[in-house]
Write a protein that binds this ligand. Sequence first.
Ligand code: NAD
Ligand code: IPM
Ligand code: MN
Length: 353
Amino acid sequence: MKKIKLTVIPGDGIGSEVMPHALDILDVIGEIHGGLDFEYEHFDYGCDYYLKHGKMMADDGMEHLAESDSILLGAVGDASKVPDHISLWGLLLKIRQEFELAINVRPAKVFRGIDSPLSAPEDFDLVVVRENSEGEYSSVGGRMYRGDDEIAIQNNVFSKRATKQAMEYAFKLSAGRSHHVTSATKSNGIFHAMPFWDEVFSETSAQYEGIRTSQQHIDALAASLVTHPQRYDTIVASNLFGDILTDIGAAIMGSIGIAPSANLNLNDKSPSMFEPVHGSAPDIAGRGIANPIGQIWTVKMLLDHHGEEEMGSMLLNTMESVTADGILTPDVGGGASTDEVAGEVIKRLKRKM
Ligand code: NAD
Ligand code: IPM
Ligand code: MN
């Protein structure tokens, strides 16, 4: 029996509404597989934990998480309780940066049964490889002076090692896709790190024969992703550019509620983390209408990561069969609840047992 030890952090808002379904699905998949067993350790880290303990996670939280094979996360953030910069640096970004989850893989594609806001999204199939450990998300900087003299400084940190690692990952990924990597840049003289980014990109591309490359300024790229989504196969982007592009990718699919992401540690030194692209959605939390597809798709990415691609594909196909039959939450134009959509995925998976 193959055992996969998971730590589970549902987090805030809709995180705790979609997470239980992901775990039920993992259990069913374990049964279908016959030789796969998931063991869970649950952590109630999030904004309520902060209100009780004055911190986002226990002092030995990272040590506990480090003992697992992978982490499943829902969403973090509830600004009505804790300012976002405290909750995010104390949990989500802490895990990404301290575990060196340097690569963030975020797929987006046409999903059967879900309408895109674009009139012709056919064949849209994108993956964004986002540098996930540094760049614009550095803690170097701060606020100085007070009153009218106050200034805020944010230093971007781009290391050759992390930049190259993200780019190499994108080239390798694209070799199994449409052999085309686009670099999201902004090298028109404004942003010192970007000429450096471009140099590392051309150095990396020279190592990979047979992969077509393009470079586009982030602003033009954002526009072109909307007008010509099929032009893109694999995009490599810095932390902030990748964050923004992946919400656009999710929007092209039809909703931010569908998109998944994998935060990977390539050295296997620490567990990788799987989380939807969306946040805690305070505007719909508690109403039972959150789209569970993003969180369920993270289960597919987790299965792939642990070498269970066959199970991962089966899950993706089952999810698409549910959406294709019009069983949809309100964000994608349906009238079904979170429980109904996820319950239908589970029902159809069970038929495969
Ligand atoms: P958000 O993703 O939570 O919500 C944006 C919009 O998308 C909202 O209208 C919301 O209702 C909708 N939405 C999101 N997920 C949905 C789903 N599964 N089903 C249906 N609709 C969905 O982004 P935000 O409003 O910018 O942020 C809210 C909080 O979440 C903030 O505290 C933010 O910092 C945090 N956040 C956390 C993560 C994370 O933990 N990975 C990601 C993004 C935002
Ligand atoms: C995401 C989120 C996070 C990010 C926030 C909540 C820090 O938007 O995972 O896309 O910017 O990376
Ligand atoms: Mn984001």
